[in-house]
Write a protein that binds this ligand. Structure first.
Ligand code: T4K
Length: 367
């Protein structure tokens, strides 16, 4: 059997992509806010509605630019249960990450645990809609309002997720969506910032292009974080398939849930059980409770791997246990995050994954 990975990049019809490539060949315009970049940004702005948008070369640089554009400094309250990028973006901007525990319910930041972490140095909160599970946005925004803090959502996993009929981009001061090849919707590499204050667009456009406003005006010290035309072409192609991509992933998730329902010691999530939420089926995380299931998460991972099924421990180790953070943050009390990191396993999910493979994976797990 061919190895099965946790995901497999979606590819659009080759002929659709070729039509965009023809335009690149005709124009000789490869990067720096080209025609396709502009079309992609305009289409995304329409889709997300009611916010400014800025494309970046990847999600990580987008997060760093969000912190820069909003002038964040001092301390930022964030979650340890995430991909390295979330915390690294804060650290790389010379800001101190302050780690908040997560909620049992959906593994997003525990809103009840935020306020005790606020100090006079706190300037922002950076929660993560992990796996596309929507954070407690109402509580987070009321805490932010009360303490005059900015909120930047790491929405890397949440493209296509809606709450009350609107994109999650509507929450907080800014949201970052990752369009990396492993995401359900991608532009090979890519990231998007969505924000309420449209005036930020000028700053972000300059910051991602060395601070250049025009040929003779450079007032900001900026980096290079521009999305190129090939990325925009892939994004435009995939965007037309978005709802079909989500529909197919939904079927896969439903099949997993059918198979795993009632298996003692295995827990999965049903974000759309909340009728306000439209979920994107980005990941298929489960929690393995060794005491009940009889096998540890690591045993399940190893066993599957030996049979060519490559699940992933997103997110283990906890960020606070990374070599680069352990000394400073290793002792922070984060009981739910720590337990979740020991138990979590993301099962394969991607367009084209056959139902017979889902059944096989579940049978392996159960037996
Ligand atoms: N915030 C959060 C919460 C994030 O999860 C991420 C990224 C970011 C911020 C930063 O956004 P970006 O700067 O990446 O836009 C992967 C992705 O590289 C990363 O984007 C993602 N999160 C993270 C959760 O997963 P790895 O190190 O696990 O990737 P890798 O190379 O092991 O790939 C995983 C599987 O995907 C492979 O086993 C096979 C498949 N694959 C991979 C690639 C690269 C493909 O099918 N095609 C491909 O081209 O990080």
């Amino acid at each position: 059997m061919e190895p099965i990975y946790v995901t497999r990049s979606y590819l659009p019809k080759r002929s659709d992509f070729d039509r965009y490539l023809d335009r690149i060949w005709d124009s000789h315009w490869l990067t720096n806010q080209g025609q396709l970049h502009q079309e992609f940004a305009a289409t995304l702005a329409d889709l997300l509605g009611n916010c400014g948008v800025t494309l970046m070369t990847n999600g990580h640089l987008a997060l760093e630019h969000a912190l820069m554009a909003l002038g964040i400094s001092g301390e930022v309250i964030t979650t340890p249960f995430t991909f390295a990028s979330t915390t690294h973006s804060i650290t790389l901007q010379h800001i101190k990450p302050v780690f908040c525990d997560i909620s049992e319910k959906d593994l997003t930041m525990d809103a009840d645990a935020i306020e005790p972490l606020i100090t006079e140095r706190t300037t922002a909160i950076m929660p993560v809609h992990v796996y596309g599970h929507v954070c407690d946005t109402d509580r987070i925004s009321s805490i932010a309002r009360k303490h005059s803090l900015k909120v930047i959502y790491d929405a890397a996993h949440a493209f296509g997720v809606k709450k009350d009929g609107q994109s999650v981009a509507q929450f907080g001061d800014m949201s970052m969506f990752s369009f990396h090849a492993t995401k359900l919707f991608h532009s090979i590499e890519g990231g998007l910032l969505a924000y309420k204050d449209e005036k930020l667009k000028k700053t972000l456009d300059a910051l991602k292009n060395f601070g250049i406003e025009d040929e003779e005006t450079i007032n900001l010290v900026g980096r290079n974080a521009k999305m190129n035309e090939f990325q925009a072409a892939m994004g435009l192609c995939n965007l037309s398939d978005l709802y079909e991509i989500i529909r197919e992933r939904r079927e896969i998730v439903m099949r997993y849930r059918e198979n795993l329902a009632g298996v003692n010691g295995i827990r999965y999530f049903e974000p759309e059980a909340n009728p306000d939420i439209e979920y994107n089926y980005a990941y298929m995380p489960i929690l393995v409770d060794e005491a009940v299931f009889g096998r540890s998460r690591n045993q399940v991972y190893d066993n599957m791997k030996s049979r060519g099924i490559h699940t992933r421990k997103y997110f283990y180790p906890l960020i606070t246990d990374f070599g680069c953070y352990r000394e400073e943050y290793g002792d922070v009390s984060l009981p739910v995050a720590r337990r979740s990191a020991q138990q979590v396993l993301c099962l394969p999910i991607y367009n084209g994954l056959g139902m017979e493979t889902v059944d096989l994976i579940c049978n392996l797990l159960k037996n």
